[in-house]
Ligand binder design. Sequence first.
Ligand SMILES: [Zn+2]
Length: 281
Amino acid sequence: MAVGYGQGSPGVVHLSESTFDRSRKGEDDKFRAHEVAHQWWGHLVGPATYRDIWLSEGLAEYSAALYLLLGKNDDKAFQHVLREWRKKIVQRGMMGGRKSVGFRAGSIWLGYRLKSELSPGDYEAIIYYKAAYMLHMLRYELRQQAGGNDSFRQLLSEFAHKYANRLVTTGDFIATAGQFLHERTDQFFKQWLYDWRVPKIKKRWRRSDNGYIDVLIRVEGVGDDFFTPYPVEIIGDDDAVIAREVYMIKNGENHFKFDAIINGTRIAKVNFNPRLDILEQ
Ligand SMILES: [Zn+2]
């Protein structure tokens, strides 16, 4: 039997013994949780066409990561997973021994057509990891809109109940997400699901002469109408986080400024996208 073999079928999850004794504990937990998650994503609701396959793999992969974060309360493992996904999405090179050009291979919407001989590793990079990362950004945006409330779980529950024992399309998922994401829906899925590009985000900050911190964020490599929330953490002299901001940034240059001293504490550092909530190159 192949090392690390696992498959989830309706009502049963088949896992080889080796998935219980790998060196990295978090990886094993996620791997098994991925197969268990297929009980919902893949079996309870199945993808209707080759374009909708991310609804099975991406949802199973993100559900598995959420199991680490919310089920096991292991934020460190969750952050590790985000870093690994990002690496696999943006890399050019090899993916599990197969050639990969990462996100450049095409959008999530291409589905099985990503299984190309030119870069056979990219089906996994896009349909598992980029789709999972997109779901993470969806959850992030929902939390911003709902003042920190995690309505993403409500969205998954609604989706599973509504389409139980049916085949689902990407449009069905977007319609369900739209009930929570509202007017942001079209833009969000256009830039992350239908478009293949991943932004390159250059950022810097400096102390201006007149008592402000100037922030410059330059977004490249995406479409003209690209627009996303982007988290920034402001660190004080005492190394503590003194403010968290979410800037809306668009393609091109984005300027922001804030006071160099907040509540009597001098700003020492600005951290951009510190928890990798937004996918960037
Ligand atoms: Zn799977």
